[in-house]
Design a protein around this ligand. Structure first.
Ligand SMILES: Cc1ncc(COP(=O)(O)O)c(C=O)c1O
Length: 250
């Protein structure tokens, strides 16, 4: 390499040099198999270990309770904007899904959700160009709702929750794409968190979804199989061919 170039873009973001060096070392010969990780079967036992190790590291780093599943899914974070109501709106007879709109991705999250539930924005700072996080009081949260969705760090605006709303019995769902693993978070306060890998965890195109087990099993009948979190959990994220490279460097 002639010169190390620093990329301060939010994502795809730089990976630590030791990680890149290990990828380079292993790229042609993954764990002595004589093939690259991008050539290896996603059902090979060596790859299964990669997947289990990535899940275990995440569980340990976040002190994640045992009743949460860790899924690796296709389509990045944005795919989850639609997958969430498909999987969770059915928790409530009203199919009410509550959103807080605090930036462009928070807006897209509720826009992409439309059609898969009764999508309601309970607070927004759009009028002031997303310069604040609107206060969320318990009275604003209909306890009959399927979930409350927030974006914990608003990538383009830099606003970040220091305290998360108390949603009572309504599961709190968070898009953590631009801050995942950058601070200690008590995940037991959340029903589900998700993030695209490309900013803090690895290459683009794959997302991590961490979901409490009791929230699985509510998907609408129309949910495509690859967006169905319960199916993904049953198959340990191997319903179809996984992106083996994205998981290897975590
Ligand atoms: C907070 C947040 N959510 C969602 C996304 C969309 O992620 P993806 O491109 O993986 O779909 C981004 C991308 O920058 C983001 O910053």
């Amino acid at each position: 390499m002639s010169q190390q170039v620093y990329n301060f873009g939010a994502g795809p973001a730089m990976l630590p040099v030791p990680v890149m060096e290990r990828i380079r070392e292993e790229f042609l010969d993954f764990q002595g198999m004589g093939v690259s990780v991008i050539e290896v079967s996603h059902r090979a036992k060596q790859f299964e270990k990669v997947l289990l190790d990535a899940q275990e590291s995440f569980r340990q780093l976040t002190n994640l309770p045992d009743n949460y599943k860790i899924l690796f899914v296709h389509g990045g974070a944005r795919m989850q904007f639609s997958a969430l109501p498909m999987n969770l709106a059915g928790r409530s007879a009203s199919k009410k899904c509550l959103y807080v709109e605090t930036g462009n991705f928070a807006k897209l999250a509720n826009k992409d959700a439309k059609g898969y539930g009764d999508i309601q924005v309970i607070a927004s700072s759009a009028d002031t160009k997303y310069d604040r996080l609107p206060a969320i009081t318990p009275e604003m949260i209909d306890q009959d709702a399927a979930y409350l969705h927030i974006t914990t760090n608003n990538t383009l605006y830099g606003s970040r929750y220091s305290q998360f709303p108390d949603a009572g019995n309504v599961p709190l769902i968070a898009d953590q794409t631009s801050e995942i693993l950058s601070r200690v978070v008590d995940y037991s306060k959340f029903g589900c968190i998700y993030a695209g890998l490309q900013k803090n965890l690895g290459p683009s195109g794959t997302a991590i979804v961490v979901i409490r087990e009791d929230l699985l099993g509510h998907a609408s009948a129309e949910t495509p199989v690859l967006l169905n979190y319960e199916q993904c959990a049953k198959d340990n994220s191997l319903t179809n061919t996984a992106n083996t490279f994205a998981r290897e460097d975590q």
